[in-house]
Design a protein around this ligand. Structure first.
Ligand SMILES: Cc1ncc(C[n+]2csc(CCOP(=O)(O)OP(=O)(O)O)c2C)c(N)n1
Length: 631
């Protein structure tokens, strides 16, 4: 028998079915997700958790007229399946393939691009206000997880939306999980709200409930007077949201299609801001994912029967080295404390959390708070290490400037996932950090070339008295050149190769590529110098001047945008010392958003792999040599 899911190509197709059939469809969607993601990898647990929720949304609302906005967007796969993109799933998160996040360019059903958390309520409110101004009539629905609700923007938006008098539906998908167990007071509050049908009824009015009690009810209401308000607190769950100005509906079982459909139909007719609280299970329907939701939040290809990864050769990652080194350093330095914004596993801080639970802080998805909280700890005499992914640290720009660097506080920024990250695409590429950090006064910025250097830099940073950032890439460590050991000196690079006809200055991850490039150039008969810059700020001016006096050709290599990045710091030095005779070229990413794809493919596409760089250097070298000769 043909599967019902095969007949669904748009949300309209879904509406033909009855609840029983919808239940079958939810089963088919789960099977499809499991089969497909076991091959490609992706955000498994979150999507298994929103199957019924997504079906019910598309059943009750009319996308794209009604606007569905997915917070973070990693849980939008079911939405993609229902909106005609099922057949693209074999290309999920690959170069030129289906995005793992909502993308307005991919479908008219994707209303707002996401990837970073806690934006959906703000975006939803904006769309709702735009609708009101234009005199339109449709529903706007923001779907946000309890993890994403810990982000400051979500609170700011609730605060604004609650008193906005605007029709906006916020669906809180509460599974008690962020990537790890969710944290904080709000999470605790939500966990105490239990799913009981009476609550939906209670919403209409507490008074109505009391009126129904024979004889004593009405007189009770009369005598209660002001006490009524406090009784409301006792009877109505979600009073927090009510006080903010939302009508709170729930909590309801987010896997029960009937309840979901009932409450969505009801919400559609109501006025003002509404918050529907659904309780779901992350990884629902797949035992390994239900048992270990954190491990199945995002997965690579896995064996369906066991849930085990297809590739199990675990290579050591920079995050692991960071986490393990920090534990060792914390043993020696009692003042060392560590902070994560909801990414203990991803950053490698889970080691630290186990070893020093009292000195470890998971602040929720709150990068801005994380940084200022670290500044406070530093002001209080501690040595905070804030570990945040490069792209998420974008949120903390002002906190880094205003709260840390302006006061010259000794905060260590461990910037993970710097450079391109691959499959997560535009929203997650860590290619802006050197541009948004290098101009900040007082901030020292380093990038290690390999595992050993990351360890050295962490040791250096813990002894350093001022704000300091170390940026390192996603994935397995490089061990190249680890037999060479030169101590870290503030603002000094490491000369890896002394040559005569051209100089290459590489930073961090790109030193590996540079080593290949100089080998290629040597084969072609050239004799290049190679400087491992180590420091982006302060940059090693002495070494750059020295290189510039020995050759007329300098090249910089980085895995950041050229615009505002490391190469521009080299350029600034050349300008500062009037080294105008130098032919200089900066290799890095162009000023554009870098799409998803395998990192190797992306390096090749942007001509940042060793072969392409060698070719470009040779062309440049020959061209300028010709110009110099002719001139
Ligand atoms: C600003 C920002 N910080 C961190 C992340 C990484 N991240 C992606 S999903 C997620 C957890 C989201 O939890 P929740 O909203 O509850 O969704 P669930 O996966 O549990 O359904 C985190 C921390 C992010 N996307 N954006």
């Amino acid at each position: 028998m043909e599967k019902l899911l095969e007949q669904i190509h748009s949300p309209g197709d879904l509406k033909k079915y009855n609840i029983k059939q919808l239940k079958n469809i939810s089963q088919e969607v789960r099977e499809f997700l499991l089969h497909s993601l076991s091959q490609t990898g992706g955000h498994l647990g979150s999507n298994l958790g929103v199957v019924e929720l997504t079906l019910a949304l598309h059943y009750c609302f009319n996308s794209p007229k009604d606007k569905l906005i997915w917070d973070v967007g990693h849980q939008s796969y079911v939405h993609k399946i229902i909106t005609g993109r099922k057949d693209l799933f074999p290309t999920l998160r690959q170069i030129n393939g289906l995005s793992g996040f909502p993308k307005t360019t991919e479908s008219m059903h994707d209303i707002f691009n996401t990837g970073h958390s806690s934006t959906s309520i703000s975006a939803g409110l904006g769309l709702a206000k735009a609708r009101d101004l234009a005199g339109d009539d449709f529903s706007v629905i923001s779907i946000i997880g309890d993890g994403s609700l810990t982000g400051g923007m979500a609170f700011e938006a609730l605060n604004d939306a609650g008193r906005s008098n605007t029709n906006l539906i916020v669906i809180l998908n509460d599974n008690q999980m962020s990537i790890s167990q969710n944290v904080g007071g709000l999470s605790q509050y939500l966990s105490e709200l239990r799913t009981e049908p009476i609550y939906l009824e209670v919403k209409d009015d507490v008074e109505q409930i009391f009126k129904k009690i024979p004889r004593i009810g009405p007189s009770l209401i009369q005598t209660m007077g002001k006490a009524k308000e406090s009784i409301k607190y006792f009877f109505i769950p979600g009073i927090l949201f009510e006080e903010l100005g939302f009508t709170y509906l729930g909590p309801i079982d987010g896997h029960d299609l009937e309840s979901l459909i009932t409450v969505f139909q009801k919400a559609k007719k109501m006025k003002g801001p509404i918050l529907i609280h659904t309780k779901t299970i992350k990884g629902k329907g797949y035992t390994p994912a239900e048992k270990k939701p954190c491990s199945y939040h995002g997965v690579g290809p896995f064996q369906l029967a066991t849930g085990k990864p297809v590739q199990s050769v675990a290579q050591e990652t920079y995050s692991q080295v960071f986490g393990e080194t920090l534990v060792r350093l914390a043993h020696k330095n009692q003042k060392l404390v560590a902070i994560t914004a909801a990414m203990p596993e991803g950053t490698g801080l889970d080691f630290f959390a186990k070893a020093y639970p009292k000195r470890f802080f998971d602040v929720g998805i709150a990068e801005q708070h994380a940084v200022t909280f670290a500044a406070g700890l530093a002001a209080g005499g501690y040595k905070p290490v804030v570990a945040i992914y490069s792209s998420f640290l974008q949120r903390s720009y002002d906190q880094i400037i205003h709260d840390v660097c302006l006061q010259n506080l000794p905060v260590i920024f461990a910037i993970d996932r710097a450079g391109i990250v691959g499959a997560d695409g535009e929203t997650h590429q860590g290619i802006f950090d050197l541009s948004y950090l290098s101009h900040i006064p007082n901030l020292t910025i380093m990038a290690p070339k390999n595992k050993e250097e990351l360890i050295q830099m962490l040791e250096f940073a813990t002894d350093f008295n001022g704000p300091i950032a170390i940026r390192y890439p996603r994935g397995s460590v490089s061990n190249q050149g680890s037999n060479i050991y030169t101590p870290i000196v503030h603002g000094k690079g490491e000369l890896l190769s002394k040559g005569s006809d051209m100089g290459i200055i590489a930073i961090g991850n790109m030193v590996d590529t540079a080593l290949e490039v100089i080998e290629n150039l040597r084969v072609k008969g050239y004799n290049p110098s190679l400087l491992n810059a180590r420091f982006v700020a302060p940059i090693d001016e002495t070494m750059i001047i020295q290189m510039a006096t020995q050759t007329s050709y300098l090249f910089s290599l980085e895995d950041n945008l050229v615009s505002g990045g490391f190469g521009m710091q080299v350029m600034e030095t050349l300008m500062k010392y009037k080294l105008n005779h130098i032919s200089f070229h900066a290799f890095g990413f162009p000023k554009r958003f870098i799409e998803q794809g395998d990192c190797k493919q992306l390096y090749a596409r942007y001509k940042l792999d060793a072969i392409s760089i060698t070719e470009q250097i040779l062309t440049q070298f020959d061209k300028t040599k010709g110009e110099v000769a002719n001139g």
